[in-house]
Design a protein around this ligand. Structure first.
Ligand code: SF4
Ligand code: SF4
Ligand code: FES
Length: 364
C-alpha cells in the first residue's frame, strides 16, 4: 500500500485529508453516490446501505459515508455488482413503501422514489402492508408523520438530537414494528419539541410532512418557484426559500411553504425555527394592510398614497418638534427590519430631527 495521501476512485487519483470519507472526496469531485441516511451535518451511521462502494481487497461492499480513506485505496463507486446491490436494496425498500408519489406531501422531494427510478429498481416485488403502529395524529399544528412512508433512515431523529439538541423524537419499537415516536407516544406539544420543522426538511421520503396544505386545491405535482429571502422575524436574519405557486390566486402567486436553503450555502446552514418555517400566513392574510392609511377629521382611517402618508407623518413630527423641542420625539424601529432599514431610522432620528432618542427592540 502506498503511503501517499491519495486514493483512486473509479480509476482516477484524488488527494484526501485525514479523516475524510469516500463520500467526502466523491462529493468534492461531483461523483454521484446515492445516499439516504446521510446528512453532512450529522454523524455517519451507515444505516441505509444505498452508498455502498467496492474497495479492492475488501470482501464486502463498504458504506461510502462511513468509510474513512486510507492511502492507496482503490475504490469503485459504479460497476455491475454495485448496481445490482442498489437495485435489489431499492426494490426491497419499495415493498413496504407506497409507489404512488402522491402518497407523500404534495411537492415534497422524494429521494427514495427518484433513486429507485434512477437505478430502474424493479417495482413488481409486491407490496407488504407496513406493521408500524399508525401513531395517532397529535394536536401539534405543523408536523405530520406518515409511518408508511418512513424508511427508518433516522435522519429526523439524529437531526433532532445532534443539531437541535432537543431529542423530542426517537426510534421506537423493534424489528418490523420499529417506527418514529415520542416518549409514551406523547403529542409533540407535550415534549421538548420546538416545532422547528427540521425533521420535515431532512426527511428523504416525505414521511415527515407539513400539516398545512401545501397547494390549496390545486394540482400537487406543480413545480414551485423558490424565492430566496431573509426571515424578518428576528435579528438572526436566517436565509429562507419561499416556495411560490405562481399560478395560484389567478396568477398573482401564493407562498405555499417555506424551506431552508441547502446545507452549507447560507449562514443558517439548512436550519430554521418555527417562526421562519411556518409563520408565513400573514403574507396573504385578508386583514393585512397593503396600502397606507391616514386618520381623517372624521376619526376614521382612509386609504392614501405613499406620498400623502409620508407628508402627513413628516408634518406631524415637525409640529411636535416645533412645539415641544427635538427631544420630545423618540423613534422605535423593529428587529423585523433589515440592518440597512434600522440604520436609516437612526440616521433620520439623529440627522433629520436632531435627537438621540432612537431604539430598536433587538438592539442589533
Ligand atoms: S421520518 Fe423520514 S427522516 Fe425520519 S426516519 Fe423516517 S424516512 Fe427517515
Ligand atoms: S428563522 Fe427564526 S431564528 Fe432565523 S431569523 Fe427567523 S425568527 Fe430568527
Ligand atoms: S448514506 Fe451511507 S449508509 Fe446511508
Amino acid at each position: 500500500m502506498s503511503d501517499k495521501s491519495t486514493i483512486k476512485l473509479n480509476g482516477r487519483e484524488y488527494d484526501f485529508a485525514p479523516g475524510e470519507t469516500v463520500l467526502d472526496v466523491a462529493a468534492r469531485h461531483d461523483i454521484y453516490i446515492p445516499t439516504l441516511c446521510h446528512d453532512p451535518r450529522l454523524d455517519a451511521v451507515g444505516a441505509c446501505r444505498t452508498c455502498l462502494v467496492e474497495i479492492d481487497g475488501w470482501r464486502r461492499l463498504a458504506p461510502a459515508c462511513a468509510t474513512q480513506l486510507e492511502p492507496g485505496m482503490e475504490i469503485a463507486s459504479e460497476n455491475e455488482r454495485i448496481d445490482r446491490h442498489r437495485q435489489t436494496l431499492l426494490s426491497l425498500y419499495m415493498t413496504d413503501h407506497p409507489t404512488d408519489p402522491a402518497a407523500a406531501e404534495p411537492g415534497a422531494p422524494n429521494e427514495l422514489h427518484a433513486m429507485a427510478s434512477h437505478y430502474e429498481a424493479p417495482m413488481d416485488w409486491g407490496y407488504m402492508e407496513s406493521l408500524r403502529d399508525a401513531r395517532p395524529d397529535d394536536r401539534n399544528p405543523y408536523v405530520l408523520f406518515e409511518p408508511d412512508l418512513c424508511i427508518l433512515c433516522a435522519r429526523c431523529t439524529r437531526y433532532c438530537d445532534e443539531i437541535e439538541g432537543v431529542n423530542a423524537i426517537t426510534l421506537a419499537g423493534r424489528a418490523s414494528e420499529t417506527t418514529i415516536s415520542t416518549v409514551d407516544k406523547l403529542s409533540l406539544m407535550d415534549t421538548s419539541c420546538e416545532l422547528c420543522g427540521g425533521c420535515i426538511d431532512v426527511c428523504p421520503t416525505g414521511a415527515m410532512g407539513k400539516k398545512m396544505p401545501l397547494v390549496r386545491g390545486d394540482k400537487p405535482e406543480r413545480e414551485l418557484d423558490k424565492v430566496r429571502t431573509t426571515c424578518n422575524f428576528c435579528g438572526v436574519g436566517c436565509q429562507l426559500d419561499l416556495n411560490v405557486d405562481r399560478d395560484a390566486r389567478d396568477g398573482q402567486g401564493r407562498i405555499v411553504k417555506v424551506t431552508s436553503p441547502p446545507v452549507g450555502t447560507t449562514t443558517n446552514d439548512g436550519n430554521l425555527c418555527v417562526k421562519g418555517r411556518f409563520a408565513y400566513d400573514f403574507v396573504h392574510h385578508e386583514d393585512r394592510i397593503t396600502t397606507p392609511l391616514i386618520r381623517g377629521e372624521d376619526g376614521e382611517l382612509h386609504p392614501a398614497s405613499w406620498d400623502e402618508a409620508l407628508q402627513a407623518a413628516a408634518s406631524g413630527l415637525l409640529a411636535v418638534k416645533d412645539k415641544h423641542g427635538k427631544d420630545s420625539l423618540g423613534f422605535v424601529s423593529s428587529s423585523r427590519c433589515t440592518m440597512e432599514e434600522n440604520f436609516l431610522v437612526q440616521k433620520m432620528s439623529r440627522a433629520v430631527f436632531g435627537t438621540n432618542n432612537v431604539h430598536q427592540c433587538a438592539a442589533t
